[in-house]
Design a protein around this ligand. Structure first.
Ligand code: BG6
Length: 457
């Protein structure tokens, strides 16, 4: 039996925009997702927009019981900035009541809430002023964070500032999957820096306010594997790592921005505007713990025909299609559990063995109705296999001394996923889109037994 540490957190993650529904109700103002859907619904899978999602605004109490039914002891969701502060300044009392009840209900069921502040949901009022491109976003976010700590600090012990900051940067400013869907490397870097400062000032507010508990950030990590050991491929892997991983890991955990990254941005005329005290603030406001979302590795090779100065990350590294890869065909992502051991070792050896947890890991599969058995239960053995393989690697990392305190699956109930709508399902509970009903999948039962034993056979 592979036992996990005592008090290990077992749970699942979601986000406010992907689970609450009521996205134009109860005093909430629109986020970029609400507005984008209003303008271009055709961009969204089967025209499925953010209004409804899994309706946890109404069902959180029953859902907390469902969590308890499968023995989960923790759950991450986010607060919707646009619900709590519809105009960025005025508190929406209905939102306060909702979140206080929601978090209390989780606790009453033995579920520790881990609360995140930003999950890709930029308020529209701020987007109209430039979103993360404008420095104003840093102060606006710090104000929002402070408001959350004041209003819910007595209920929440674990806070995180951002979920996967790299994603709103690259999807919004390089690859076109998030609003404003533009392609501008220089803007992407500025957006990244403002995001880092927004995070930093939220950490500062938390520390200055002497709130109890701890604060962290959730990063997506795709360990980088070069095609070969040639100097060119190794350099490409190094750059991919610097841009995608170290750009947030180093400042948030170590309080420094890698000099190599700064030099490279300078050489390519990509340096962002930085205020005088920013670097000192980053140094002074490190996180207490880290969440790592892991789905797939990054395989790279040296690029051919590059632009100088660079106009996109493709000028530093090229994707490498590893012929031996195992793939999840629905999401198009490689399945490589071994990388989770590498992540565990990287944190142990390069990041002071900071306390961390796997904040997302999971497998999205389309048309899961194919796997319904005669009792109406989805037989998702592929998901069980996926998670088991990853947990074996995580366990190996913990045995080797990595300071991991938990594992959260993506996700608890099938949820809406941005432009992909409900195409790929990830949940332990199936969501019936006709009537919002939830029903447990085989993987949910498996998870319960795993948590009961706190280990794998
Ligand atoms: C993570 C995000 O990147 O992956 C989630 O934090 C997202 O918001 C999840 O839903 C799964 O990815 P996708 O694109 O298949 O929904």
């Amino acid at each position: 039996m592979k036992k996990f540490p005592e008090y290990f957190l077992w749970g699942a993650a979601t986000s406010a925009p992907q689970s609450e529904g009521h996205s134009s109700l109860n005093g909430k103002s629109p986020s970029t997702w609400d507005k984008w859907y209003e303008k271009n619904p055709e961009k969204f899978q089967k025209n499925q927009g953010p209004e409804h999602t899994s309706n946890m605004y109404e069902t959180y109490a029953e859902d907390a019981k469902r969590m308890r039914d499968i023995q989960m002891n923790s759950f991450r969701t986010s607060i919707a900035w646009t619900r709590l502060l519809p105009d960025g300044k005025t508190v929406n009392q209905e939102a306060v009541t909702f979140y206080r009840h929601y978090f209390s209900e989780l606790q009453a069921n033995g579920i520790k809430p881990i609360i995140n502040l930003f999950h890709f949901d930029m308020p529209w009022w701020l987007m109209e002023k430039g979103g993360w491109e404008t420095r104003e976003s840093v102060d606006a976010f710090a104000f929002y964070a402070n408001t959350c700590f004041d209003l819910f600090g007595d209920l929440i012990e674990e806070w995180t500032t951002f979920n996967e900051p790299m994603v709103h940067i690259e999807c919004g400013y390089l690859y076109g999957y998030h609003y404003p869907a533009i392609h501008d490397f220089k803007k992407a870097i500025q957006v990244g820096f403002h995001t880092l400062m927004a995070h930093t000032m939220a950490v500062k507010a938390f520390k200055n306010g002497n709130y109890s508990g701890r604060i962290g950030i959730i990063l997506n990590v795709s360990p980088c594997y070069p095609k070969s050991q040639s100097a060119e491929d190794l350099a490409a892997a190094r750059m991919a790592d610097l841009l995608n991983t170290k750009s947030f890991l180093d400042p948030t955990v170590l309080g420094t921005i890698p000099q190599e990254l700064i030099d490279c941005l300078a050489e390519n005329d990509l340096l962002p505007k930085v205020n005088e005290k920013d670097i000192e603030e980053i140094k002074q406001n490190k996180i207490d713990f880290l969440g790592m979302n892991y789905y797939q590795p990054r395989r790279v090779q040296a690029p051919i025909n590059v632009n100088k100065p660079a106009v996109s990350p493709a000028d530093f590294y090229d994707h490498y299609d590893w012929p031996n890869k195992k793939i999840n065909p629905y999401r198009g992502w490689e399945i490589y559990p071994e990388a989770l051991y590498d992540v565990a070792m990287m944190i142990k050896n390069e990041y002071n063995n900071i306390a961390w947890y796997v904040s997302e890991n999971g497998m999205g599969v389309a048309d899961e109705e194919r796997f319904l058995d005669k009792n109406g239960m989805i037989q998702d053995d592929y998901r069980i296999e996926f998670m088991e393989e990853h947990l074996i690697q995580l366990h190996k990392g913990i045995e080797a001394g990595s300071n991991c305190f938990g594992y959260h699956a993506w996700t608890f109930i099938d949820c809406w996923s941005w432009l992909n709508g409900y195409k790929n399902r990830y949940g332990f509970y199936r969501l019936d889109l006709e009537n919002d009903q939830r029903s447990l999948k085989k993987s949910g039962l498996w998870y319960k037994e795993l948590i009961d034993r706190n280990g794998l056979d």
